[in-house]
Design a protein around this ligand. Structure first.
Ligand code: FE
Ligand code: FE
Ligand code: ZN
Length: 277
């Protein structure tokens, strides 16, 4: 069974996302914990969250992915900006205990000229402050395209962050197909080789989710422009290998392609069709 879903809007609440997921053939989904530009979160409705938990259990959803706002920067050069990232993530993790045992994905951040080493240290410091031994959420570093001073475009950078985190059992990696391809990892012609490299540097057991996106630009372009499945440089055949790969096939897959619901429904159908039971 392929576990697949897409990014959904949380504007109608948590239970509504579960219902929307079911209506498009999904058994997982991703949502922003708050306005993606990183402002205040709506107050959480515990009853709504409990209804989603019941729906997800009844329909055997695989773990859901909460996505941190993409504008926060835990390794900013400005202390105020770092503090804002830390408080946002800390608050998100508290709220996520209303929907326990799921995933919280974030972009490691941009070092904005301070250098990779400093960036890595600041990100690890943030994680060491916000992670709590009693939390049920696993926090995921997303593989990035390596745009500008973005950290996480190389597996080594993610490894260095993970190495510095004390509560490492609460951390993992979300593999974004567009981003790794953009970052120069050839998942089209050498998926096995890329995963072997991931295993050597980080360890395959640390991958907890996959973002399924085709890429508008080619290998190593560092541009981060998502395309619909089959409409970019990665292509349908490569996605068939990705969803069926023994290392990846049981993970939650999530689409972040430029689509509305009917388009997502079609992509989910396409990928379920490519999956070999
Ligand atoms: Fe992301
Ligand atoms: Fe992504
Ligand atoms: Zn992206």
């Amino acid at each position: 069974m392929l576990h697949i879903g897409c990014h959904l809007s949380s504007s109608n609440g948590y239970f509504a996302m579960g219902q929307t997921a079911l209506s498009i053939g999904a058994d997982t989904f991703q949502f922003f914990t708050r306005n993606p530009r990183g402002s205040k979160a709506k107050p959480l409705d515990p009853e709504d969250a409990a209804k989603l938990n019941d729906l997800a259990a009844a329909h055997r959803f695989s773990p859901l992915i909460a996505h941190a706002p993409y504008t926060i920067n835990p390794c900013s050069a400005t202390e105020k900006t770092r503090e804002f990232a830390l408080q946002t993530m800390e608050d998100d993790l508290l709220r996520l205990e209303a929907t326990p045992n799921n995933l919280y994905n974030f972009h490691p951040g941009s070092h904005v000229g301070q250098g990779t080493e400093t960036g890595i240290r600041l990100i690890a410091d943030t994680l060491n402050t916000i992670l709590k031994s009693e939390q049920t959420t696993t926090v995921l570093l997303e593989t990035m395209a390596g745009k500008g001073s973005e950290i996480g475009g190389k597996f080594e950078e993610l490894r260095e962050i993970l190495d510095r985190v004390a509560l490492s059992g609460h951390t993992g990696v979300c593999l974004d197909t567009c981003h790794v391809f953009d970052g120069g990892y050839d998942i089209v012609n050498d998926l096995d080789g890329v995963l072997t490299e991931f295993d050597r540097v980080i360890g395959l057991s640390r991958i907890k989710a996959v973002h399924l996106n085709d890429s508008v630009f080619g290998l190593g372009s560092h541009k981060d422009r998502h395309a619909r499945i089959g409409e970019g440089k990665i292509g349908t055949a490569a996605f068939a290998r990705i969803v069926n790969h023994p290392v990846l096939r049981s993970l939650p897959f999530c689409l972040e392609t430029p689509n509305e619901l009917p388009g997502y429904k079609a992509e989910i159908e396409l990928l379920r069709g490519l999956f070999q039971d």
